[in-house]
Design a protein around this ligand. Sequence first.
Ligand code: FAD
Length: 465
Amino acid sequence: MLYSLTLDGGRVGLDDAAIAGLRGRLRGSVILASDGDYDAARRVWNGNVDRRPALIVRSADAHDAAQAIDFARTHALLLSVRGGGHSAPGYGVNDGGMVLDLSLMRQITVDPARQIARVHGGALWLDLDAATQAHGLAVTGGTVSNTGVGGLTLGGGIGWLGGLHGATVDNLISAEVVTADGKLRRVSERQEPDLFWALRGGGGNFGVVTEFEFQLHPVGQVLGGMVLHPLDQARDALRFYRDFVPTLPDAAEAHAGLLAPEGTPMLALLMGYNGPIEEGERVFAPLRQFGTPSADLVRSMSYGERQVMLDEPNAVHGLQRYWRSAFTETLSDALIDEFIAAARSFSSPMNALLMFYVHGSICRRPPSATAFAARSPQWDIDAIGCWTDPAESETHIAWVRAMWSRFEPHLLGRVYANHITGDDSPEKVRASFGENHARLRRVKAAYDPGNLFRINSNITPADAA
Ligand SMILES: Cc1cc2nc3c(=O)[nH]c(=O)nc-3n(C[C@H](O)[C@H](O)[C@H](O)COP(=O)(O)OP(=O)(O)OC[C@H]3O[C@@H](n4cnc5c(N)ncnc54)[C@H](O)[C@@H]3O)c2cc1C
């Protein structure tokens, strides 16, 4: 097993009677190791995470979530909260403690007249995109459809609509959250504003969000797709891409990836335009016409189609993964050369090196506006090792680590909070919350002084004055 968590809570008084009592208070269910669905229920997106919780509580509603939180606190159980299960380090599961699994809580209500969606805490982006697109609406969401709305939103939320409509948290109007004391609270700019601020980027540190209320935007047919270049042309194409993207209007998104979908590594320039198709064609013409691409797959498509464009193999649960990440404000020539050298030596054809460009509306709010602090134009760099045979884990993890040590001198010492991994140093975790870290610690002390919610990119409570 790659990631290990220590059971520091212990199993205090966790006996059959206590579990029967919990079962009796829930509309949802409790799954134990002796149950037939235990193995499926404990699995998360990253197949390299193989942990065995003492119990899994599948909550049906906010009341159930509060019961589970009270139970975990009273019995001093290590608590993981599982939304879509996509966190690369596997924060949605632990060894020996409780998993609060929100997967039954996927209901969504859309008010098309007010352009608002109410979304339960365990919904996936594919649920929300389908419900909102039925009315020609959308909110900035993830680029892989089965990621959880919960985890992604609480960490900030970077996606294809970010340049135009901001990060996902910039569209959060209010949230219903159960805090560590088991209390259900409705928070917004007006109600408990400190907690609302912390939820918008501080991750799962402050409670379990049982409902999100989002502002939606009209989104119709969009431009999307990718232009592929053979690896021997990737150096020039990536340099052109780097110099081109600062000219993009808010409606345009352009990312890059070195991938080997058919076994041969290549460069993919990923493009999206959220406006009139002809306008997008004009904006992207220079990037699409650069060099001699092996394929140009950019075309008009529905928003829903673009939202699943990167699903293969990223949406597949159970593959083995290892992930490192950091931000950079410059794609230097030296870093581009390192990326290309790494792609030539991919340890697995499912590996990927991704460059997600953050710009536009996301960057027009000050870093202190929300807990999500990544408010300057920059690339979110991700090195992803992906393979099928657990016996090969050491080889592929060693490959990512070796590559990462070559990239790191060219990267910033901070990372998108949703991409912090167990390997990242405490300094990098702190730096990732930037100037907001001290305030986050104070809010944590007010709402979770015992650090019940600690299986995450953890913010420790501020020391008592
Ligand atoms: C393939 C892939 C693609 C991704 N693409 C993007 C992207 O395009 N944009 C982007 O911004 N991020 C992206 N991410 C990162 C993603 O946002 C994080 O991994 C996120 O934490 C996943 O949320 P989840 O609910 O699926 O995960 P989980 O593993 O279930 O949870 C992750 C964390 O969030 C907490 N959490 C989840 N739901 C709740 C809730 N309702 N209340 C309180 N805490 C909760 C959990 O306790 C845990 O700490 C991607 C990740 C993967 C694996």
